[in-house]
Design a protein around this ligand. Structure first.
Ligand code: DGL
Length: 270
């Protein structure tokens, strides 16, 4: 009964951590496509091809349900996968919708027409590919009216996080936040629309100031998965073992992951 969690690299570990805490009895198989990270500078076809290859590997590992713990893949590939690629007995879920439901104060499955919500000015920080897809604005427009979104593509930030270069990552957060605040001086909420960014959440909050509510996805995705599995217990796959797979160098990736999550994590070759 394993569930798959996919990211281009280490960012999805922020989601894995939250789902493991919320659902300790569920085995999770994590797949990091570290050999091909970052995805955020790739075109949509490239992201689609890499994401479908990774999801197939997770199906082979006994996961009928896979979470794309990657906004770039959710934004650039998920809709195309759902339209024509995913077989009837499998499911692939993205990380956008739980976040937008939280922002727009909606329960799961509330398909009522878009309405006014409390927040009016939202800052979105994401990879260049996610920003270019406008998937966030599209999903938001289905649920809310009158929300102004200013998006900042955070070039270089995923590389700095993957490399463990905290000084560079902090400097990039400051400069991306400054660039956004020049265009939207007073956002009420900020979305960390990349699963790598919660690793820099304190730096974002500091640069944005205490009055901005910073939303990140890990806990929202965990409660949404919990809810989903209660409604679809049949979607637990045949796998029984939790494990970490990578297309990168397992030793190197394990040491970075251990540093990020501050607990021993051992990857093996995918
Ligand atoms: N962590 C991913 C995301 O949520 C991917 C970042 C990347 O590979 O550029 O967008």
């Amino acid at each position: 009964m394993a569930v798959g969690v996919f990211d281009s690299g280490l960012g999805g570990l922020t989601v894995l951590d939250a789902v493991t805490k919320r659902l300790p009895e569920v085995p999770f198989v994590y797949f990091g496509d570290n050999a091909h990270a970052p995805y955020g500078v790739r075109d949509a076809d490239d992201v689609y091809n890499l994401t479908t290859a990774a999801v197939e590997r997770l199906w082979d590992a006994g996961c009928d349900l896979v979470i794309l713990a990657c906004n770039t893949a959710s934004a650039a590939a998920l809709r195309r996968m759902q339209e024509s690629w995913i077989p009837k007995d499998k499911r692939v879920l993205g990380v956008f919708v739980p976040l937008i439901e939280a922002l727009t104060e909606r329960q799961w499955g509330d398909n009522s027409p878009p309405r006014e919500v409390a927040v009016k000015h939202v800052a979105l920080f994401a990879t260049p590919a996610t920003v270019a897809s406008r998937a966030f604005q599209r999903e938001l427009a289905f649920r809310a009216v009158g929300v102004d979104v200013e998006a900042q593509p955070c070039g270089g930030l995923v590389d700095a996080i993957e490399d463990g270069d905290e000084i560079l990552a902090e400097a990039l957060v400051r400069s991306h936040v400054e660039a956004l605040l020049r265009r939207m001086p007073k956002p009420e909420a900020a979305i960390l629309g990349c699963t790598h960014y919660p690793l820099m959440q304190d730096a974002f909050q500091k640069a944005l100031g205490p009055d901005v509510a910073v939303y990140s996805q890990a806990n929202l995705v965990a409660s949404s998965l919990d809810d989903y599995l209660k409604r679809h217990p049949d979607m637990m796959g045949a796998g029984t073992e939790s494990c970490f797979l990578t297309t990168g160098d397992p030793e190197h990736v394990s040491s970075k992951a251990t540093q990020f999550l501050r607990r021993p994590i051992s990857f093996r070759a995918a």
